[in-house]
Structures are given as structure tokens and as C-alpha cells.
Design a protein around this ligand. Sequence first.
Ligand code: GLU
Length: 280
Amino acid sequence: MSVRERAGLPTARRLVVKVGSSSISGANAERIGTLVDALAAAHGRGTEVVLVSSGAIATGLPFLQLDARPSDLATQQAAAAVGQNVLIYRYQNSLRRYDIVAGQVLLTAGDLENPVHRSNAQRAMERLLGLRILPIVNENDTVATHEIRFGDNDRLAAMVAQLVEADALVLLSDIECLYTRPPQEPGAEPIRQIGFGESLAGFEFGSVGIAGVGTGGAATKVSAARLAAAAGVGVLVTSSELVAEALSGADIGTWFEPRSAAAEHAEAVTEPSLLGRMSS
Ligand code: GLU
């Protein structure tokens, strides 16, 4: 049952949590511990948790003697290949404190659009969750580069939330909530709730990652959140530092109300699937 409001997050049956590169790499690498504490608390309450984590490229940089994100795609992919296993090792090391086992899942948007790959991925995710394993998903950067270029896994997280029929998606970033315009600009007002289908005309969401190591800005969060909300998944956008509060249902962040189950059902009879529409 989809969570209709943020206060319902603590009792969610299944949650997808997405964290961006800047929150868990470089000087913030130790924040993995705080994130894991919050995920373990949700897991302990009986919620099935899927983590979508970026940060492979950012984590790989020092191993390639790079101090900034390279501009060419091939070196970004190389950094991701090196960084991904270090990242998973760090998560597993932290999860061990709670006796939780992680499972690495590398996916592409194409996998989720191909019916055979999609059903294979769905079956594997169901089994992982049934075994009380915490799947940690990233884009398979060696063969797919959409999220490297356009969004630091925000869109992938929305697609995963739809794949596993999550009750809600939590998109963690470096701001407490979304604003009507870039927060450093005068006149920026916090947005607490976005109703399903509500017009966002007049709002200006920035497209630049704030800390410079990821690629997702507010604009990619909004478009990912609307994608998930259209699939009936409620979405909370908030800061990674507030993850424990978010998963406890605190009144923080920006909540995207999901499309209602009744509306989904009515449209399913007349329209092709969301994924069908996305790939066209
Ligand atoms: N999959 C990439 C990573 O984990 C995407 C994020 C990015 O653009 O930095 O690093």
C-alpha cells in the first residue's frame, strides 16, 4: 500500500532510499555510517529497504590519482569500475554492525525497459528482500551512462521504486527541501508538498549538482519524483543528514503526493504503461 503522506514512512512495507555522490564520498565518506544507522533502524522495524547509491565515480577518483571528476566519459567509467567495489565494501563494513548483508545490483534503464531483463531483475530483488538482504543498486556504468550524464541516479531510483512496487521513495540530497527558485537567490520559498499533477510553472529548479562530484540537481530530483509519483509511489526529497528523521516520519523535506491507486487503475485500462511511454 502506497504511503500517502510522509508521516506514513515509518510503517512502510517497502522503501527505496537514494543517496547521491556528494553525501557519501570524499570528506563525507564517514557519513555512510549515519546513513546505515537510519537504514538499519528501518530494517529493524520490519521495512524492506532498497538503497540506490551513487558515488562510484567519486569514490574511485583517489585510486586513479585524480582530485577532480574527469570530463571524459571513459575515465568516468574507469573511476566508477574502481570505486564501485570500494563503495560496496564500505557499506558492508558498516552494515556488519547490525548483522545486515548487502547485495550489489547493477542495473541500466534499458534493463528495466526490456521485459525479460525486467522480470529477471524483479525476481532477483524479490528474493533478496525475502532473504532480508539489503540490495544496493547503482547504474551499471560500464555499459550505461545515462545517470553519469544526467542525474546521479535520480531517475534510476524512480524506476527501481516502480520495479519493486515500493510504498515510497526517499531522494536524499544536500538540501533540506526544494525551493521555488535556487535557494541562494532572493525570494526563494521552501516547498513542503507537491500535489499529484500540480503545476510547477513559475518554479525554477537548478540543474547543477551542488558539491561538484555528482550530476543531479533539483531539476533531476523533481523529474524523478514526478515519474515515481505517477507510478503511485510517494516521494520525499530531503537532506542526507536528515535521513533518520525522514525515515521516522518527521515533518521535513518536500513531499510529492503519489497518484491514487484508483486513478492508476482507471488509466491502466486506457493507456500504455509508464515505462512504455518513457522509452518512446
Ligand atoms: N553511477 C554513477 C556513480 O555512481 C552516477 C553518478 C554520478 O553522476 O556521479 O558514480
